[in-house]
Design a protein around this ligand. Structure first.
Ligand SMILES: [Zn+2]
Length: 127
């Protein structure tokens, strides 16, 4: 039994495309919609002059699109950002970790060995 769709998939959804926010800066150009990743406003969207980092051309237009970022949201997003700690001085930690892994493997093998000995002993005692 197969359930075929009767071709009712509506194509009208395409016309319902979300409105892209649009602003014009003082230059009369469309202001790009971007997302801030500063520590103060992580993930907060804004409009700015498309010439922005170029201070000669920039008309100074700037407008937030989102409301101010709440404190917990800032915290979460700042935690998600990759940390800039240098990973160079981890050689010794690496060695320690590998030793620990070695010990764990040895303990695992030892446990398995003990279980086998116990099973063998049980079998010997029964037989
Ligand atoms: Zn501009």
């Amino acid at each position: 039994m197969s359930s075929r769709s009767t071709g009712s998939s509506s194509q009208s959804d395409v016309s319902k495309a979300r409105k892209v926010p649009f602003r014009r800066c003082y230059c009369g150009l469309s202001a790009p919609f971007s997302t801030s990743w500063s520590d103060k406003n992580p993930g907060r969207r804004y409009f700015g002059c498309q010439y922005w980092p170029n201070t000669k051309e920039d008309c100074g237009f700037f407008e937030w699109y989102d409301d101010e970022v709440s404190e917990w949201y800032k915290e979460v997003l700042n935690k998600l950002k990759p940390k800039k700690k240098s990973l160079k001085s981890e050689g010794t930690e690496d060695r320690e970790a590998s030793v620990l892994n070695h010990v764990r493997v040895m303990i695992g093998l030892f446990v398995i060995f003990m279980i086998m000995v116990l099973v063998l002993l049980c079998l010997l005692l029964k037989g």
